[in-house]
Unconditional design. Structure first.
Lengths: 225, 267
């Protein structure tokens, strides 16, 4: 069995999509790891109302740092944030106006992505008792660019890049780029285009693990980090 | 003029059965003291409207941790954007599933954006709004769809809470509020949308004690102010203790899960 990329490497590759001056919201899971690799000058946003956040306090040593931590400054996933120059705080209405306005790049985790750019992000099952939607629908609908990072296949080996979603839909036709532990795939009006492959993998092998049909870009190349 | 600064019990004395109650539940800025007071007030058939309905583990609740489910026996409907109600370490999770099944609890799912814009529509006294969120998803069910300038929208009703419970860092006795850090979240919009807003704060000062430039929520949106007592289980200090316990618990759970996975891998 060939090696797939680690979550860190997937995050590193996704973070290369960000350039100084970009505003970006990172979803739970692999996307949060992008923070460490984003270029200087990228301002990160979190839905509860902060822009321009940087390092987070280490969870393991919070109790040794009670005096250093400001317990009123956290991101949406309740990671406590360090003060950094240039950060701003605002309410949820301001936050979602920002999220809806096409100003932010959203990097979100994915459960399934279809060849039309539909995405299942918030839930694996229609039988959920209550919503896990959170900000996922707003973040995917309103993004300047929607980048989905995920493993290429689920734990049981079934492909996550599919012709039609079988999981609850978070958004229709909004995904621009998929970064997985095997490949970088662009969603275009004429379908999915394989742009990059992970070291050691061939485009043909990636197609085998993808339900949707991939067009291989003429300049397809090995992923760089 | 009537003094707005009262105790939580006084502030909630006139809340009635069947009220629609909104509160911010997102870490900093969560009105834990008022949520506990509403539980003690004992009103029933409430509709709870909150951005997050995340459950605390039973072991943490036994030590005083508050989640929205402390109000569950008094609740008939929940409007929520993000919930973690399927959780094995919380008995409230089982109770919610049972009550939904038996039809005594209704859950209305929204997104965070819908939650805040419907409250905002309530604040502005709009008749409703057309929102693009939810098109092509399960949120379409039962909603009027309309195309405006080539874009599809769903009709959404405003939310006007009978009671808004909010948290802020500091108030003056008139009810002007300042918030700190990310503790704003849904608090300002809930204050604007609600027919009756009660704010819990950690500190109350005289008029003039707050810089007008920094006021986040002006006094006209605040009906009552409750100063959280220093010895309250939800004072600043005790909240930090709760947070640390919760973080420690989660880290332990994660370590357990990893150990199990490692064992499973070896078997």
């Amino acid at each position: 069995m060939k090696e797939k990329l680690t979550e860190e490497l997937v995050a590193m590759r996704a973070a290369k999509e960000l350039v100084p001056g970009d505003y970006c919201n990172l979803g739970i899971g692999i996307p949060l790891n992008c923070a460490a690799y984003a270029a200087e000058g990228v301002l990160l946003e979190s839905e509860n109302g902060v822009l321009g956040y940087g390092p987070v306090h280490d969870r393991e040593s919070l109790d040794e740092n009670i005096e250093r931590v400001d317990w009123d400054i956290a991101d949406a996933g309740m990671r406590y944030l360090e003060y950094v120059p240039g950060m701003s705080f605002f309410d949820m209405l301001t936050s979602f106006a920002m999220i809806r306005s096409g100003r932010l790049i959203s990097i979100l985790g994915g459960l399934q992505v279809s060849e039309k750019g539909d995405a299942a992000i918030h839930s694996t099952s229609k039988d959920d008792i209550a919503s896990k939607i959170g900000g996922s629908m707003d973040l995917s609908w309103g993004a300047k660019r929607l980048i989905v990072t995920m493993t290429h296949c689920s734990k049981d080996g079934s492909p996550k890049i599919v012709r039609e979603l079988t999981m609850p839909v978070t958004t229709r036709g909004r995904v621009n780029l998929i970064v997985t532990d095997m490949a970088v795939i662009e969603v275009t009006s004429s379908g999915l285009v394989l742009k990059e492959f992970a070291p050691g993998w061939t485009p043909e092998e990636i197609q085998e693990q993808t339900e949707a049909t991939l067009t291989i870009a003429p300049d397809v190349r090995e992923m760089e980090f | 003029m009537r003094d707005k600064v009262v105790t939580a019990a006084e502030a909630l004395a006139e809340v009635r059965d069947g009220a629609l109650v909104a509160f911010n539940f997102w870490g900093p800025g969560t009105p834990l003291h008022l949520m506990r007071a509403l539980q003690e007030r004992g009103v029933k058939d409430l509709t709870i409207c909150t951005n997050n309905y995340t459950l605390r583990a039973d072991v943490l609740r036994e030590q005083g941790a508050v989640d929205a489910a402390i109000l569950l026996p008094q609740t008939r409907k929940i409007i929520v954007a993000f919930s973690g109600v399927q959780q094995e370490d919380s008995s409230a999770s089982v109770e919610i599933a049972r009550r939904v099944q038996e039809g005594t609890l209704e859950i209305e799912n929204v997104s965070h954006g819908l939650f805040i814009e419907r409250l905002h529509a309530g604040a502005m006294h709009l008749g409703g709004i057309y929102s693009p969120i939810g098109i092509g998803t399960s949120l379409e069910n039962g909603k009027e769809k309309r195309v405006i300038n080539g874009v599809e929208y769903l009709f959404q009703e405003p939310i006007v809470p009978d009671l808004g419970l909010i948290n802020a860092a500091k108030a003056d006795t008139l009810g002007n509020l300042v918030c700190h850090g990310t503790a704003r979240a849904a608090n300002p919009v809930i204050a604007m949308a609600s027919r009756y807003t009660v704010a819990e704060v950690f500190e109350v000062v005289e008029p003039g004690g707050l810089d007008p430039d920094t006021i986040v929520i002006p006094a006209s949106f605040v009906d009552r102010i409750v100063r959280i007592p220093d010895d309250d289980p939800y004072s600043r200090e005790r909240r930090v203790e709760q947070t640390l316990r919760s973080v420690k618990y989660r880290l332990e759970k994660m370590a357990e899960a990893e150990a199990e996975a490692a064992q499973g891998g070896g078997a």
